[in-house]
Design a protein around this ligand. Structure first.
Ligand code: ARG
Length: 264
């Protein structure tokens, strides 16, 4: 995670961002700190990277690398405003014991568009990550990649339209939740075929960034407003935990965007 000490919205690269609307960086830090404490209370270790004053979106750690089995595939941001983040995160990995750190040649916004399900890497495209990055991820990470086309600019990253509740095991498929309207017709058919038991989110869920959630297979951390989705998850045996992300949402981000998962 990366503390939003320098959090601002001074450019607009997604429809949530309005540089004329005030943001409160101190409040963003307080909300982010509460999210970090929630992870720690639930027994998860949180590593930190030092924020850079010139990079207000650096708080969105999920966009900066994809790590599976200790192999790190770095990022290549679409927007020039965010491009320098990629190298800062790369340096973090190299100074924290990671030996395989590969930087992509295609535009790749990491876990913003790559979701590991335990057996497949679901990969979004349409707004940020290039389709060429999907093949590159498959080659670098050595996992099967399934491309999904995103069609609604409000859901510009896969991680604001879909998340994994429970990872796949050798004998079971993953359990996911997603918002169908964010996907092309073919992607919707594909998701229905792969995940017939998925939790289907409503528009009300999607518009508070409820799909930008983080699950450890039991505990699910989601935005405070996501009461509808939370009730559904509770009924399926998950334990919802709420995070107030009202400031970070002004930049189009929620709990998952602030969280890069280090697998292995
Ligand atoms: N303002 C950031 C951007 O548009 C938000 C990124 C949110 N991160 C995410 N994983 N969806 O790039």
């Amino acid at each position: 995670m990366c503390e939003p000490r320098h959090f601002r919205v001074d450019y607009a690269i997604n429809p949530w961002m309005d540089p004329t609307r005030p943001v409160d960086a101190a409040k963003a830090v307080a909300q982010w700190t509460a999210l970090k404490q929630t992870y720690e209370r639930l027994g998860h270790r949180v590593d930190l990277i030092t924020p850079h004053p010139a990079l207000p979106d650096m708080v969105f750690a999920a966009n900066a690398a994809t790590v599976i089995d200790g192999i790190v595939l770095g990022a290549r941001f679409r927007a020039p405003q965010r491009a320098p983040e990629a190298d800062l995160y790369r340096t973090w990995f190299l100074t924290h014991g990671y030996r395989t750190v590969v930087m992509p040649t295609h535009t790749n916004e990491a876990e913003g568009d790559f979701t590991w399900t335990g057996d497949l890497l679901l990969a979004g495209t349409g707004f940020r990550t290039d389709p060429g990055a999907h093949a590159e991820a498959q080659e670098v990470l050595g996992v099967p990649v399934v491309s999904l086309h995103l069609v609604d600019p409000r859901y510009y990253h896969l991680d604001v339209a879909l998340f994994v509740l429970t990872e796949a095991t050798p004998t079971t498929r993953a359990t996911i939740a997603y918002y169908p309207a964010a996907f092309s017709p073919g992607a919707r058919r594909l998701l229905r075929r792969l995940y017939p038991d998925a939790v289907i989110a409503t528009e009300e869920d999607a518009t508070c960034l409820a799909l930008n959630a983080v699950s450890d297979g039991h505990n699910v951390i989601l935005p405070t407003e996501a009461t509808h989705l939370a009730a559904e998850l509770l009924a399926r045996g998950y334990e919802p935990h709420f995070a107030d992300i009202s400031e970070l949402r002004k930049s189009g981000g929620g709990p998952k965007c602030c969280t890069m998962e280090l697998r292995g």
